[in-house]
Design a protein around this ligand. Structure first.
Ligand SMILES: NC(=O)c1ccc[n+]([C@@H]2O[C@H](COP(=O)([O-])OP(=O)(O)OC[C@H]3O[C@@H](n4cnc5c(N)ncnc54)[C@H](OP(=O)(O)O)[C@@H]3O)[C@@H](O)[C@H]2O)c1
Length: 265
């Protein structure tokens, strides 16, 4: 299938690692020119280099999206090379604290990084999409928006805000040719999660072999219909669909990539 991404430019925030990296690599492999965003030039540069070595097109944009100035710098760099047709709002943080050890300043800080940063990029990138009459905005949300846990309540709340703002933006962009959607991952495996599982296995009685540890951890923490964690590429695949030619009629939607972790309609 032709993803029709050749000639399109995509800005992926937080593409220096994890889900953003997988999304940037997949969009580039499908022909898009990708702007790899991060705060650290070496980390972001490494991802861009690997895209270029694989035959793709990549540039780097550096900036802290927790500030207006950082967002200005990222937008300026991204738009220097031409129109940005696709915005993937993905950069974010979490903190593993709970209700009574998370000070109000952490609630504000996490909201600023996880939600206001998304708004900052929408405000800076979407207006020029309107001139072209075509654009795709994808917000990475998360299952904890819909089915929150008692831990990291400030983080869970930011995912709910992301889902909400994405639908509002879809309404705002009525009949512009630009769509706004959410890709909502469940628990996705990465090296840090894997390391934490191995370290925690004795405490929770998850066994000693990696595959057994992963399986038991899923049953305890994120039981789902597939019996496993997700992979970053599976999230990237949903993004690819939403920026591709068969998604024109999808806006204000939430696509879950969680193996059936959510137990609701
Ligand atoms: N992994 C999961 O299971 C999962 C599940 C649901 C939702 N999500 C969401 O998916 C997104 C990516 O998660 P991940 O697991 O891939 O995380 P990750 O590997 O830690 O990557 C986070 C990215 O965000 C960037 N970032 C963090 N703070 C920033 C700031 N103030 N300004 C600019 N960039 C900043 C980081 O850039 P630096 O290189 O500069 O640090 C990095 O590129 C997050 O928004 C998260 O909420 C993840």
């Amino acid at each position: 299938m032709d993803s029709q991404l050749k000639g399109k430019r995509a800005l992926v925030t937080g593409a220096s690692s994890g889900l953003g990296e997988a999304i940037a690599k997949m969009l580039a492999a499908e022909g898009a020119a990708v702007i790899v965003h991060g705060r650290d030039v070496l980390r972001a540069g490494k991802v861009a280099d690997s895209i270029i070595q694989a035959g793709g097109l990549a540039e780097v944009a550096i900036g802290d999206l927790a500030t207006d100035e950082g967002a200005d710098a990222v937008a300026k760099t991204a738009l220097r090379g031409g129109t940005v047709d696709i915005l993937i709002n993905n950069a974010g943080i979490t903190q593993h604290t709970g209700w009574f050890d998370t000070p109000s300043s952490d609630w504000s800080d996490v909201y600023n990084v996880n939600v206001v940063s998304y708004v900052r990029m929408v405000q800076r990138i979407v207006p020029q999409m309107k001139e072209k009459g075509w654009g795709r905005v994808i917000h990475i949300g998360g299952g904890l928006a819909i089915q929150p846990i008692k831990e990291q309540p400030h983080y869970n709340t930011t995912l709910a805000a992301r889902h909400n703002l994405s639908v509002s933006l879809a309404r705002e962009l009525k009949e512009t040719g630009i769509t706004s959607n959410v890709v909502s991952p469940g628990a996705i495996m990465n090296p840090m999660v894997e390391e934490w599982l191995v370290r925690s296995a004795p405490k929770f009685g998850w066994g000693t072999e990696l595959e057994e540890i992963k399986y038991r951890a899923v049953q305890d923490l994120v039981p789902n219909d597939t019996g496993r964690f997700g992979q970053p590429e599976e999230v990237a695949g949903a993004v690819l669909y939403l920026v591709g030619p068969y998604s024109d009629y999808i806006s204000g939607a939430i696509i879950r990539v969680d193996g059936g972790t959510m137990r609701s309609l």
